[in-house]
Structures are given as structure tokens and as C-alpha cells.
Design a protein around this ligand. Structure first.
Ligand code: BDR
Ligand code: CA
Length: 321
């Protein structure tokens, strides 16, 4: 059983990643923290609480709200053209009685690190602001947890915000660079792999058709959120005719099955300035590289197996055979 803590800016792809983790029998989600990005931190928490309710988890999953701005400035606002006004494609998720904790996300991360100890994997699906703040409070955090896996950045693939930067790192490069330098066992699940795995409308139809008891509502939600808002945006941005990339769920897929991915290691930093390069991951392969800790970078993925594993979490085993 893997213990994970998720930090998310709960938009459409974050929600699928969260549902996957909550429905995965090998994973125990010890809590979910939120920050701004796809939507504001409070709305991200509200979406998360409703997802927890919909997932019907048999154990408590606390949710803590975090920062609503990046370390180095102000948040530029939500992206309703991608994730809808409410962050989850304007789909109305079932309401819940559960409230967010009074504790700040960064304090919750620290408390969980202390309580769960070296077993804990932290997975970030948005900007790394909350994790950077936790680090500021406890510089020993890297030695207190097992590892950190993040969706963000790009190595060889073009960026999705600038020619070289991915949205989560571009949104708070200062936070990301602090995390890169801290000494975590750190794995990047970036655009090199997330743009390769595609969720097609055929997959979504199979998901709904073969959803196992308890997953019907989840399957219907995923198809609605994807096709209503996310597909049209990806058609415009990525020429995706009838499919979309699998960003945030890929980080959870890495956690549950690293063998799906090919990785390489590099000393790397995040560019915090630069007119065209802010948010870029700079990996140093020189003979005498700069003195940064090694980062594990996912450079390739078995996309068919990855997408099948994602769908299999909600469906009968034989769905895609
Ligand atoms: C990342 O940016 C966000 O919009 C998505 O949720 C994902 O985490 C992709 O670049
Ligand atoms: Ca995200």
C-alpha cells in the first residue's frame, strides 16, 4: 500500500488523477492540498472535496487550502476557456458536508511528513508553491519523505505556455527551482510523456460502458468534463481532433507503475527569469555540470499500457482486451 499526498489546482485533468488515486486499491491518499492555477485555491479545494465524496472512499481524506499566489508575484487568474468557470468543466459535482481543514496546505504537508515518515510520496499536479513553503518551514523535508513526483516541465517536447515552458513550472518557477535544489528524490512527469498518452472519445465510451459498480457516476463525469470543455480547447491548442493529452493522471500512473516510463537522470534547475525561457527546465549534461541534485526525468512512456491502466481502474478488467 503506497501512501500519497496530492497537491493540485483541481481542474479537469487533476480531477481524473485524483479519482484514479482514490479508486486505486494499492494507494492510500493521506490528504489533498490545493493551490491556484486552473482555478483559485478555495475553488480547487471545493472541487476536491466533492471528488472525495463522489469517489466514496472508505477512509477519511482531509483537504487543506494553500496559497493563492505564486512565491514571486500575483496569480494571473483562472483559465475558464480550458477548465470552465468552476475548474471542472462547469460540471456540477455532488455537494458534500466535508469542509476543508483550517490548517494551511504547507503545514498539512509537514504534519503528514512527520506522521507518515519515510513512506510518504508527495505528488504535485500544479504549481509547487505549497511544497516550497513547506520546505521553507522545514528544510529537512526531503529526508523525511520517500519521494516527490510532479506533473510539470518539459525536457525535449515544446512547451505549452512558452516555446520551452510548461504551465505548472511557468506559473511559479521560483517554487519549482527551490524544490529542484532541495535534495528530494524527485521525478518529473512532463510534456515529453503526457503529450504522448492520449485519451480518445473511444476510450471515454468504453469507460462509461464498462464502468464497474461504484464507478458509473465517475465515468459519466469524466466523459462529460472531457468532451464538454477539455476536448474543444485541445482541438484548438494541439490539433486534437477527438482526443486529449493525459497530463496529471500520468504522474499517478508513474507512482503506481514506474515500468510504464523510460527515465533518465540529469542535474537540473528551473529558469526563473529570461524573456523567453522563464519556467524552462535546464538540464546540464556537461562533463562538469552545475552543482544541482539529480532529477529523474520521464522521457518516454508506453502510452497504450498507460491509458489502459488508467481506464482499468474504473472498469471491468476485460474492457480493453
Ligand atoms: C498542467 O497545467 C494544468 O493546466 C494542468 O492541470 C496540468 O497540471 C499541464 O501543463
Ligand atoms: Ca494541474
Amino acid at each position: 500500500m503506497q501512501k500519497i499526498l496530492i497537491d493540485a489546482d483541481t481542474g479537469i485533468d487533476d480531477s481524473i488523477a485524483i479519482l484514479y488515486a482514490l479508486r486505486c486499491p494499492d494507494i492510500r491518499v493521506v490528504g489533498i492540498t490545493t493551490g491556484c492555477g486552473n482555478t483559485d485555491a478555495a475553488q480547487a479545494a471545493e472541487n476536491t472535496l466533492r471528488l472525495v465524496k463522489m469517489a466514496g472512499v472508505s477512509y477519511p481524506v482531509p483537504v487543506a487550502i494553500g496559497e493563492n499566489k505564486p512565491l514571486g508575484g500575483e496569480w494571473e487568474g483562472p483559465v475558464p476557456h480550458i477548465h470552465g468557470k468552476n475548474g471542472v468543466g462547469d460540471v456540477e459535482l455532488p455537494p458534500t458536508e466535508q469542509k476543508p481543514l483550517a490548517e494551511h496546505a504547507s503545514d498539512f504537508i509537514l504534519r503528514q511528513a512527520r506522521e507518515q515518515g519515510r513512506d510518504l510520496t508527495i505528488v504535485t499536479l500544479g504549481r509547487m508553491t505549497n511544497l516550497a513553503l513547506a520546505l521553507e518551514k522545514e528544510p529537512n523535508l526531503p529526508s523525511m519523505v520517500k519521494n516527490v513526483v510532479f506533473m510539470g516541465g518539459t525536457f525535449r517536447h515544446p512547451g505549452n505556455v512558452t516555446p520551452v515552458s510548461e504551465a505548472n513550472l511557468f506559473g511559479d518557477p521560483e517554487a519549482a527551482d527551490r524544490v529542484f535544489q532541495a535534495g528530494f528524490d524527485l521525478t518529473m512527469v512532463g510534456l515529453d510523456v503526457t503529450m504522448k498518452s492520449r485519451l480518445t472519445s473511444q476510450h471515454l465510451d468504453l469507460l462509461v460502458k464498462y464502468a464497474t459498480p461504484g464507478n458509473e457516476e465517475i465515468a459519466a463525469y469524466i466523459r462529460k468534463a472531457m468532451t464538454g470543455r477539455y476536448y474543444p480547447f485541445n482541438r484548438w491548442q494541439n490539433n486534437c481532433l477527438d482526443h486529449c493529452p493525459v497530463h496529471d493522471p500520468s504522474a499517478l500512473l508513474y507512482v503506481t507503475d514506474p515500468s510504464l516510463f523510460t527515465t533518465r537522470k540529469a542535474r537540473a534547475r528551473v529558469e526563473c527569469s529570461g524573456q523567453f525561457t522563464r519556467g524552462m527546465v535546464v538540464a546540464d549534461f556537461r562533463e562538469y555540470p552545475f552543482d544541482a541534485p539529480y532529477l529523474t526525468i520521464c522521457v518516454d512512456v508506453d502510452e497504450r499500457r498507460a491509458v489502459e491502466k488508467l481506464i482499468a481502474a474504473f472498469t471491468h478488467q476485460e474492457t480493453l482486451l
